[in-house]
Design a protein around this ligand. Structure first.
Ligand code: HEC
Length: 283
């Protein structure tokens, strides 16, 4: 800038210097314009308008960005960081997905050039933020707790299996939860905290559902034990009543028999002998 000032001061000088100064200033102006236009061209489009287009064209139906959207296509949360996916790649891909991704099931989008520029500006601006790079303390704690929870659940499933329960479904769900945990590790490696949070949530949900099923099992088992104990008690009581009744009947029958015997003896010997006392009902 000081250089420009120096030339300005020369402006009032002789005509030759003045002409050279003007030429220099024109040169500087051209340079500024050129830089500005390249910068504008590099900016290339309005990501905010691109975001609106992204929704209007139905892209979220198949693509997830930061946890919302469909899952038919890849997660686009960090599309701006995918190596090789520059503006030219996106232009080709949008116009004809199979030209860049053989066998792609994504429909082709015939966009107006200005729309394509804005949409691509939006896609290439999807990048990790500082907070995406490492798990928050809260997420780390939940992730650590998951390991313990799942290990405990595995032990419970094995116990249910040992008791003769059909645990096929539980085993499948448990391994799904472990898969989510593995994916979290993968996401952390790829510094995708958004994805990691989703996987942690999914693993937690699976663990909660498993716990509920195992609790139901335990409740059912308790119920069966109570029922069995009740049945045994009823049978024992029935047996006791029956035995008592049989004993009473036997005693009565013995007493009657003894009386009959005594009467018969009296009949033979005459009325001299006293009648034997009848045994009391119960001994
Ligand atoms: C019917 C589902 C569907 C729709 C709608 C859809 N896509 Fe896709 N998209 C896919 C599938 C499947 C792929 C993976 C194959 C491929 O790369 O073409 C994909 C891949 C992509 C990729 C490459 C991702 C990567 O990193 O590999 C981008 C970028 C993309 N889509 C952007 C868009 C945009 C922008 C829209 C809306 C204008 C859109 N998609 C609409 C299904 C869809």
């Amino acid at each position: 800038m000081r250089l420009v000032h120096a030339h300005w001061r020369h402006y009032s000088g002789d005509p030759k210097t003045r002409k050279r100064s003007l030429q220099f200033l024109l040169g500087v102006l051209c340079l500024i314009l050129l830089t500005a236009s390249t910068a504008l061209a590099q900016l290339g489009g309005d990501p905010e308008r691109g975001a609106a287009l992204y929704r209007a064209k139905g892209c979220p139906g198949c693509h997830m960005i930061r946890g919302s959207g469909g899952t038919l296509g890849p997660d686009l949360s960090f599309e701006g960081e995918v190596p090789g996916h520059d503006a030219a790649w996106h232009r080709r891909h949008l116009a004809d997905p199979r030209s860049t991704s053989p066998g792609s099931t994504m429909p082709a989008f015939n966009l107006k050039p200005a729309d394509a520029v804005d949409l691509i500006a939006f896609l290439t601006s999807r990048k990790r933020l500082a907070e995406d790079r490492a798990l928050t303390p809260d997420l780390s704690r939940r992730f650590a707790a998951l390991g313990t929870t799942l290990a405990g659940l595995r032990a419970r499933v094995e116990k249910a299996h040992a008791r003769g329960r059909n645990v096929d479904d539980l085993t499948v769900r448990l391994s799904q939860a472990w898969t989510h945990v593995g994916t979290v590790e993968e996401m952390v490696r790829r510094q995708n905290v958004v994805g990691a949070r989703k996987e942690i949530q999914a693993a937690e949900d699976t663990a909660t559902a498993l716990t509920r099923t195992l609790d139901d099992f335990a409740a059912q088992l308790r119920q069966r034990i109570y029922l069995a104990a009740g049945t045994v008690a009823m049978i024992l009581f029935g047996c006791w009543v029956l035995i008592r009744k049989i004993r009473l009947l036997t005693l009565e029958w013995n007493a009657e028999e003894a009386q009959r015997e005594a009467r018969r003896a009296r009949g033979r010997k005459g009325p001299a002998a006293p009648e034997p006392a009848a045994p009391e009902g119960e001994g």
